[in-house]
Design a protein around this ligand. Structure first.
Ligand code: PEP
Length: 247
């Protein structure tokens, strides 16, 4: 099994204004000062905070992700934000296919495939999110659903700059976390798929997301198949985000 440095990514969703985000990052940077971190930290704020955070995080080792992007490069697409614009604002990563985008905004596999390609084509790194609903899990379809999302989203992915996040929909924002064993067994399946699909598949980080918090981060991160966490609610407070990063 390849050794992959762990990543702790905070997804702020549609939370935190400019001043709240500035306060968060000032606290985080001051708490981190003088500490050697073994994990890569990522923050995924709203678009409006990217430039400000990029300036404050310069030289800190904290990287930024956008939460979404357009699949088109430029043009008459009112309300959309291109990968080039996100890069310009300081993002190095983009979340694609978060279950809230799939479920609330109806983003389907073919659109997500185009977004993943746009991110890679624009020189950023997609964090491609996959995960089954509770019904699908209870119906015994979890592995099939996740592999089908991967297969359709990642077809002909053009380079090695890929991250996958396994986020069971029933665990997102619900307080119900997958057991380390649930996460492990899905990550093993995802890894097999990636290895079969890509010559570099053994090196793709696979993150777990779904009600990760300081109380359960250690046991999730102790699974060798779990290469990091995508954290929603618990990333909104710098202290709990830091506790997760330092477990
Ligand atoms: C997420 O939105 O990616 C997420 C994992 O949320 P939460 O940690 O709040 O479940």
């Amino acid at each position: 099994m390849a050794v992959i440095p762990q990543i702790i990514a905070g997804n702020w969703k549609m939370n935190l204004t400019l001043s709240q985000g500035a306060e968060f990052i000032d606290i985080l940077l001051s708490r981190l000062s003088g500490k050697e971190l073994s994990r890569q930290l990522l923050l995924a704020p709203n678009f409006t905070l990217l430039s400000m955070l990029a300036q404050r995080c310069a030289g800190s080792g904290i990287a930024l992700a956008a939460q979404n992007c357009a699949f088109q490069e430029a043009g008459a697409f009112t309300g959309e934000t291109s990968v080039a614009m996100l890069k310009d604002a300081g993002a190095a990563y983009v979340l694609v296919g978060h279950s809230e985008r799939r479920q609330i905004f109806g983003e389907r596999d073919d659109l997500l495939r185009q977004k993943v390609r746009a991110v890679a084509g624009g020189g950023l790194r997609p964090i491609f999110c996959v995960g089954e609903t509770l019904d699908q899990r209870q119906g015994g379809e979890a592995f099939e659903v996740v592999i089908s999302q991967l297969r359709s989203g990642l077809v002909e992915f053009p380079n090695r700059q890929l991250i996958v996040a396994y986020e069971p929909v029933w665990a997102i924002g619900t307080g119900q976390t997958a057991t380390p064993e649930d996460a492990r067994s899905m990550h093993v399946h995802i890894r097999k798929f990636l290895e079969a699909q890509f010559p570099w598949g053994e090196r793709v980080p696979i993150l777990y997301g779904g009600s990760a918090k300081p109380e359960n981060a250690a046991e999730l991160l102790a699974q060798p198949e779990v290469n990091g966490l995508l954290v929603g609610g618990a990333s909104l407070d710098p202290e709990s985000f830091l506790q997760i990063a330092l477990v």
